[in-house]
Design a protein around this ligand. Structure first.
Ligand SMILES: Cc1cc2nc3c(=O)[nH]c(=O)nc-3n(C[C@H](O)[C@H](O)[C@H](O)COP(=O)(O)OP(=O)(O)OC[C@H]3O[C@@H](n4cnc5c(N)ncnc54)[C@H](O)[C@@H]3O)c2cc1C
Ligand code: SF4
Length: 567
């Protein structure tokens, strides 16, 4: 049974990208329907937000896959804990086939992963937007930094990014709120590192966490467990930020439990007219119509919808004509770096639980591809931070009873960690396709083929070596190198950084790309893809602020085109 509804716009997904699409479309006067496959989640209704550890059966521990029968895949990620399980997808609801190991971490509720993300926000630069053109991997981006810079400013002012300006061309400064403070250990590292390596900087993370109020969102009070939800709205989430703005316009309709199956293409009119939706509570299917569609279901979920939108005109899925749909899947490679003990500072500590770490921006291959002659192109940055060991170190101590308690009364030594985030090249043989297996609603699931290539593996060696060299050079003790890939840790595999990108890339040429420079599907200009699926390369910095800027930019374009009668 099908019922028709008319909206100006339909947005698929209510996470970081979908929230932005909803806000921008409604504020520009369009009646907008947001379809979200997951359950409803109201801002402030965060049941575990400030519960103490003893309120949880296992004292709020990190659950292993064996301890999480409904989430065996999601449980691989470190932020999957007793207190956060309800923000992760139940794996049986959206299974996938791993042709090679791939970790697909997903949220499935209103707000998507905006509730559990790590909030690190860095602008891309022309080093990133020109990389494909210069070294020949992938196709050229159809935009440059100048095209997106005003949109970064626009979204940053609304999101609220705290951070420090550095004046680096490879990591452009933005519209920052005052930065959070480095602790004593990090200051110690910074002073020595920048003296020893004048081309390298250590700064506090640029983060979507407020240090000054924005409207009714309050500055962070450093309570710490952000991934449980933040009722003061101190970090950016769809709940706290974009969806309330969209609601205020009176133009928003938000439907949870609405899984988009595919896009409807009308052969007679040669245009996309709407979407097919499954109500996940009743199993009922509906067709819903709009003038423009924004696909913001997250990288792989969006591409799955496109691949599943097969028609006589689009036998390989909507946007499948070039052969690029599903291909050039990327992620950052991580779980590689080093840590070391900072000598001294035993009289120094810190207050509160700062929801942020340090950042050491890219310093490799800044002049040209492989300009540092290291055997790889592109580069990496380090996230990390310093802290003092707590009473948990007691499990390794020889003392028992009162003697052990006495030792643990004081904090342990300072440690500094540097974890690399490396750029991944866009390669055709990293791809997704529809499998013959289906999800509980009969929709084909994805089969994912992805592995690290020679460039990523060569870069990993340098990331580890440089982290260890820097820590040793500044005087840290007991420097240890880490490599999750050697331990076959799933978070070191593709997908593990949870920065999956590509599979419906932007480009200049409809024969080699899926989207044009305004995020429109070449084959269906009233369909926009503005989540990570659109990415043409991966940079080495966290991507979500770029999805936000691209979404706001694409909505502006869509609304102008609608006004001109072009869509
Ligand atoms: C632990 C963790 C830490 C992270 N840290 C960072 C960080 O520090 N910085 C950074 O930039 N990024 C970070 N990320 C990544 C970031 O969360 C994602 O890049 C971002 O959420 C992507 O936004 P999105 O809107 O595309 O997808 P999501 O936020 O995942 O939202 C997609 C929504 O679409 C819904 N959906 C999916 N399929 C359908 C369908 N067919 N029909 C209807 N609805 C559908 C989903 O249920 C979901 O709610 C992190 C992620 C995690 C999990
Ligand atoms: S640390 Fe700050 S952002 Fe995180 S939950 Fe607490 S108040 Fe919110």
């Amino acid at each position: 049974m099908s019922t028709e509804h008319d909206y100006d716009a339909i947005v698929v997904g209510s996470g970081i990208s979908g929230g932005w699409a909803a806000k921008e479309l409604t504020e520009k006067g369009l009646s907008t329907l947001v379809l979200e496959r997951g359950r409803d989640q109201q801002h402030g209704d965060y049941p575990t937000e400030h519960l103490p550890p003893w309120a949880f059966p296992l004292r709020e521990r990190k659950l292993t896959p064996a301890q999480a029968p409904e989430h065996p895949t999601q449980a691989h990620t470190p932020s999957f804990r007793e207190a956060t399980t309800h923000y992760f997808l139940k794996d049986a609801e959206n299974p996938y086939v791993q042709a090679k190991p791939f970790l697909w971490v997903q949220g499935s509720q209103v707000g998507g992963r905006s509730l559990i993300w790590g909030r690190q926000c860095y602008r891309w630069s022309d080093l990133d937007f020109e990389a494909n053109l210069k070294d020949g991997h992938g196709v050229d981006w159809p935009i440059r930094y100048a095209d997106i810079a005003p949109w970064y400013s626009y979204v940053e002012k609304f999101v609220g990014i705290s951070g420090e300006k550095l004046g680096l061309s490879q990591l452009p400064d933005g519209e920052f709120q005052p930065p959070m403070a480095l602790n004593a250990g990090e200051k110690w590292v910074k002073t020595r590192l920048e003296k020893r390596y004048p081309d390298r900087r250590l700064t506090i993370g640029r983060t979507a966490v407020l240090t000054q109020p924005i409207g009714d969102r309050l500055p962070c009070h450093y309570c710490g467990p952000c991934a449980r939800g933040c009722s003061t709205g101190s970090y950016f989430s769809s709940q706290a930020s974009t969806l309330p703005a969209a609601r205020k316009t009176g133009k928003l309709t938000l439907r949870p439990s609405s899984l988009v199956h595919s896009i409807i293409y009308d052969l007679q009119r040669d245009r996309v007219t709407g979407v097919r939706v499954v109500d996940t509570q009743t199993g009922e299917t509906q067709e819903l119509y709009a003038r423009v569609i924004f696909l913001c279901a997250s990288t792989l979920a969006t591409t799955r919808v496109l691949l599943n939108s097969r028609s006589r005109r689009h036998p390989n899925g909507l946007g499948g004509g070039s052969g690029a749909l599903g291909r050039y899947l990327m992620d950052h490679h991580l779980r590689q770096g080093a840590s070391g003990e900072i000598p001294g500072l035993v009289d120094r500590y810190y207050q509160g639980d700062r929801p942020n770490g340090t950042y050491l921006p890219r310093f490799r291959n800044l002049k040209a591809p492989d300009s540092d002659r290291l055997g790889f192109v592109r580069g990496y940055g380090y996230q990390g931070g310093a802290g003092r060991a707590g009473w948990g170190r007691g499990s390794d101590r020889p003392e028992i009873g009162a003697a052990l308690k006495r030792v643990l009364r004081d904090p342990g030594p300072w440690h500094m960690g540097l974890g690399g985030f490396g750029e991944c090249l866009p390669r055709s043989d990293n791809y997704v396709e529809l499998a013959k297996e289906t999800d509980p609603w009969g929709i084909p699931v994805l089969r994912i083929h992805a592995s690290w290539g020679e460039n990523e593996l060569a870069m990993r060696k340098d990331i580890k070596a440089q982290a260890a060299e820097m820590l040793e050079a500044i005087g840290c003790h007991n420097v240890q190198i880490q490599d999750g890939l050697e331990r076959e840790d799933m978070t070191a595999m593709p997908g593990g950084a949870i920065h999956e990108m590509g599979t419906a890339r932007m480009g200049r040429d409809p024969t080699t790309s899926v989207l044009n420079g305004d995020n429109q599907v070449w084959e269906a200009p009233n369909v926009f893809v503005t989540d990570g699926a659109c990415m043409t390369s991966s940079s080495c910095v966290n991507p979500s602020i770029t999805y936000m800027a691209l979404t706001a930019r694409a909505v502006d374009h869509a609304v102008n085109e609608l006004k001109r009668g072009e869509l």
